[in-house]
Design a protein. Structure first.
Ligand code: BGP
Length: 467
């Protein structure tokens, strides 16, 4: 099957503020959760590279936006850093605002549609120290931040998102305990997940209020981005395997899908959590807040499927009920550098699930990409990285996206993750994702990899056919 991009289908790239900006102390930016963790224990980060550096987007945003345009990409996502836009009194930091105004103006001048996300795992540390997402006051503070952002940039940004992958912090920080503060407490994990759902809903409410009051572009839209990893199990599953799928899908996918499509949380999941003593604490009036969580569309980040089976033990090491164990599919193909399975068909299966179960909800592929270690190995004599594996990865995924679109999935675009190599949380610069290389030894200079030319040609081809 040849990759032929659909008409009226946008092609862009995604990144985030905390992974690219650097300049971590400029503009009176506040300390973030990541800066604090980096200061506390730098050996937790690959090659001891903490959150401070990004890829110097703060200085290079003009060059990067022009680069995007030169590759024929039409849109890109980044995120505002809460720590840069707001001060500790929850008031606008004008210097931070100036930076994002400049980014908006540059995107506009280059004809690039800017998608702006408000939160990418990057809580201001002073709020984290007050309990982070465990604390309802932080939920309120997030709503103030969102309101400020909408009213400050409402006339400059059309596409807004409340959260990127709201499932990640409950999982990484509270359930699996692999990120600071390394907690393994399933009940806390559910409370954090619930509070993030409230924060999302309050932000959506603020968005529509700001729109009604004339602060936003008339066609502005709000969405949520998540890694809705499709769950799979064994070929001949037992009822217990299917139950593992139900709860995995319930907590990771349906939770957010129900919230953005109907302003509710899945009752079967809440009932199970209640029975097991894991239900989050809810307050009177919360239902009304959640009802505001409905969005115009959503972003689907896809890297890998989620294969599960019935758990071997009923409880985890902390004594909390367990819903599933990983299932290793014998035929799986791995991205060994990241430890993630490569399964392009998952992107299609999600599209078909959306068509069947949430037919009115428009979506786009908001992240998809391949991180590879030591890409230097693939440099040719001219000095260019020959990343054929990345071309193959994107091509294989795009084929399945196109098939889903042809079969009626309401998928309207694709963003590659990591146009330009960037800092990746605890993995720092271990795995490189970019179509464009960043040379850390040469003042973050940018160099096109082979894949950059490939994506450019692919889009050029479609544009020629459209003429
Ligand atoms: C997604 C995040 C991104 C990005 C990507 C690659 O989950 O939204 O921020 O980092 O994954 O993952 P990693 O950087 O962990 O390799």
């Amino acid at each position: 099957m040849q990759v032929r991009l659909p008409k009226n289908f946008f092609m862009g790239a995604a990144m985030s503020g905390p992974q690219t900006e650097g300049a971590y102390k400029k503009d009176h930016r506040l300390e973030s959760f990541w800066d604090h963790w980096s200061d506390l224990s730098i050996s937790d980060f690959y090659n001891k590279v903490g959150s401070y550096v990004g890829n110097n987007f703060y200085e290079k945003y003009e060059e990067d936006i022009k680069l995007l345009k030169s590759l024929h990409l039409d849109s890109f996502r980044t995120s505002i850093q809460w720590t840069r836009l707001m001060d500790q009194n929850q008031k606008l930091n004008p210097e931070g605002a100036t930076f994002y105004h400049k980014v908006c103006a540059c995107a506009r001048d280059n004809g690039i549609e800017l998608f702006m996300n408000l939160y990418h795992f990057d809580m201001p540390y002073y709020l984290f120290a007050r309990g982070g997402w465990m604390n309802r006051e932080v939920v309120e503070a997030y709503a103030v931040y969102a309101r400020t952002a909408f009213r400050t940039f409402g006339k400059e940004i059309r596409y807004w998102f409340t959260f990127n992958e709201p499932i990640v912090e409950p999982d990484q920080e509270y359930r699996h305990g692999v990120w600071y503060p390394f907690i393994k407490d399933a009940k806390m994990g559910m409370q954090v997940q619930y509070h993030i759902s409230l924060a999302h809903s309050l932000a959506v409410r603020e968005f529509y209020k700001a729109k009604k009051e004339g602060y936003m572009l008339p066609d502005a839209q709000i969405g949520l981005i998540n890694a809705f990893a499709p769950p799979y199990t064994k070929e001949n599953p037992s009822p217990a395997d299917l139950e593992a799928v139900r709860m995995t899908d319930g907590i990771h996918n349906r939770w957010w899908l129900d919230l953005v499509t109907s302003g509710t949380l899945p009752q079967d999941v809440l009932d199970t959590l209640e029975k097991l003593g894991l239900a989050p604490e809810m307050r009177p009036g919360d239902e009304e807040i959640l009802k505001c969580g409905k969005t115009d569309w959503l972003g689907f980040n896809y890297y890998q499927p989620n294969r599960v089976q019935a758990p071997a033990a009923k409880t985890d090491e902390a004594g909390y009920p367990k819903f599933a164990d990983p299932y290793i599919w014998p035929e799986r193909k791995m991205n060994v550098y990241r430890g993630w399975e490569i399964y392009p068909k998952g992107i299609y299966d999600f599209g078909m699930k959306m068509k069947r179960e949430y037919p009115d909800m428009k979506f786009f592929i908001s992240e998809n990409g391949m991180g590879v270690e030591h890409e230097d190995r693939f440099r040719d004599e001219s000095g260019q990285i020959q990343d054929d594996y990345r071309i193959e990865f994107v091509e294989d995924h795009l084929k399945w996206v196109i098939k889903a679109v042809e079969e009626g999935a309401n998928c309207v675009g694709y963003h590659y993750w990591g146009l330009i190599d960037n800092w990746s949380w605890a993995n720092a610069f271990k795995n490189r994702y970019g179509f464009v290389e960043v040379d850390l030894m040469d003042n973050y200079s940018r160099k096109l990899k082979k894949s950059a030319h490939w994506i450019k040609n692919l889009i050029e081809q479609r544009d020629k056919e459209d003429m």
